[in-house]
Design a binder for this molecule. Structure first.
Ligand code: HEC
Length: 144
């Protein structure tokens, strides 16, 4: 009987002792001392970074020569590359005019209104198509 009682005491004592040990450990890890130790370890040795070299894709640096190229180079490279304009599907005069006015009215391009016509004719010359006999297509040239 007394052996059984000792066994029961042992079986109950083990989880209680484990719980006390765990609680003490948690309380210990939250003390200001340990926080300071972590901070000291983080600001210890200087982190060395590996050198990385990145090859960016080639881009048209400027618009091709022509009447209006100076306007395009001066006004359209403020926000994006020439490639953004040159890689579009070919547009008609009306569509380029709409595209330029979208840049002015929606995106805030500071192009003066009296230069829109010259620029639109220049863009048709380098990346244009004839007006469809069926009528105007969508402004971005898709679906036509
Ligand atoms: C104030 C900034 C700004 C200026 C200046 C500007 N653009 Fe844009 N352009 C944008 C933004 C923003 C987009 C959209 C980019 C995107 O969709 O990721 C864009 C996109 C474009 C596109 C792609 C088609 C589209 O509609 O999204 C074309 C073509 C274009 N611009 C033409 C021009 C031309 C021509 C000029 C010169 C008059 C010009 N942009 C000047 C801001 C500008």
């Amino acid at each position: 009987m007394s052996t059984n009682l000792r066994n029961v005491t042992l079986i109950c004592a083990v989880p209680i002792l484990l719980g006390v040990a765990l609680a003490t450990g948690l309380a210990w890890s939250g003390t200001p001392d340990s926080t300071a130790a972590v901070a000291a370890a983080a600001s210890g040795p200087v982190q060395k970074w590996a050198k990385v070299s990145v090859e960016l894709p080639a881009s048209h640096a400027a618009f091709p020569p022509g009447n209006g190229a100076d306007i395009a180079n001066g006004q359209c490279l403020i926000c994006h590359s020439a490639g953004m304009v040159l890689r579009q599907p070919p547009l008609t005069l009306d569509e380029w005019t709409g595209e330029i006015n979208k840049m002015r009215n929606s995106f805030g391009a500071p192009l003066p209104a009296d230069q829109v016509g010259v620029l639109a004719r220049y863009l048709v010359g380098i990346n244009g198509r004839q007006q469809s006999p069926k009528g105007p297509a969508a402004v971005d040239g898709q679906g036509s």
